[in-house]
Design a protein around this ligand. Structure first.
Ligand SMILES: CC(C)(COP(=O)(O)OP(=O)(O)OC[C@H]1O[C@@H](n2cnc3c(N)ncnc32)[C@H](O)[C@@H]1OP(=O)(O)O)[C@@H](O)C(=O)NCCC(=O)NCCS
Length: 174
């Protein structure tokens, strides 16, 4: 868990595994959160498929009244885990929810035996990069033109890595 939220801004949260029934709420969060990034929101059916995929864990943060506020999706399995997406509803950003979701995803990855966690982040997404830096992810590469924006433009992705747990995952990667 990060210390990102102050007492004044912190919200009471519950973090739980999402089910397929949560897909509509997650799609609404994804669309609203990514609107400012130029990236396409994921549709409810796409999200439902990802939630149902047993190699992927989806953690959902809900407010005290049950409203969904954010989610993180992680592909687990073997020594390498990948954060596929993280999003917090714009109204609840900057209150520590993203940090708490990411920390929970890292805990899950470590518990599942992962030694390394990878993710991609757009080179111009300063907010997400700051979140990942706070959790000690380090840049290890660039994927040129990785993202296609809604306006047809392309954006590079930075590949970030966080070693976790005891294993290095070296054999699996070689
Ligand atoms: C990235 C995102 C998930 C962060 O969620 P959040 O709940 O606002 O994050 P937190 O409040 O836990 O912030 C943790 C830290 O991240 C950094 N951070 C988060 N938002 C930031 C912003 N807009 N500008 C600068 N730094 C930011 C800060 O270091 C912050 O710590 P601080 O508040 O103590 O300074 C959220 O901005 C989001 O949904 N963005 C759109 C979707 C997206 O870009 N996802 C990542 C794709 S790779």
């Amino acid at each position: 868990m990060t210390g990102g939220a102050t007492a004044a801004t912190a919200v009471r949260l519950r973090i739980r595994r999402a089910g397929v029934d949560d897909a509509a709420g997650l799609a609404a969060i994804h669309e609203a959160a990514f609107a400012g990034t130029g990236e396409r929101g994921w549709r409810e059916e796409e999200i439902a498929r990802l939630i149902a995929d047993d190699t992927i864990t989806t953690l959902l943060a809900t407010l005290a009244d049950g409203r969904p506020a954010g989610f993180v999706m992680t592909r687990l399995g073997g020594l390498v885990a990948d954060i596929l997406s993280i999003a917090v509803a714009p109204a609840f950003q900057r209150r520590g929810i993203g940090g708490r979701l990411l920390a929970a995803a890292l805990t899950d990855a470590a518990a599942g035996g992962a030694g390394r966690v990878f993710l991609e982040v757009a080179a111009d997404n300063a907010a997400a990069q700051a979140l990942y830096r706070q959790q000690k992810f380090e840049p290890v590469g660039v994927r040129k033109n990785y993202y296609r924006r809604a306006d047809g433009s392309r954006a590079d992705a930075l590949v970030l890595l966080l070693p976790i747990g005891g294993g290095c995952g070296c054999d699996e990667l070689s």
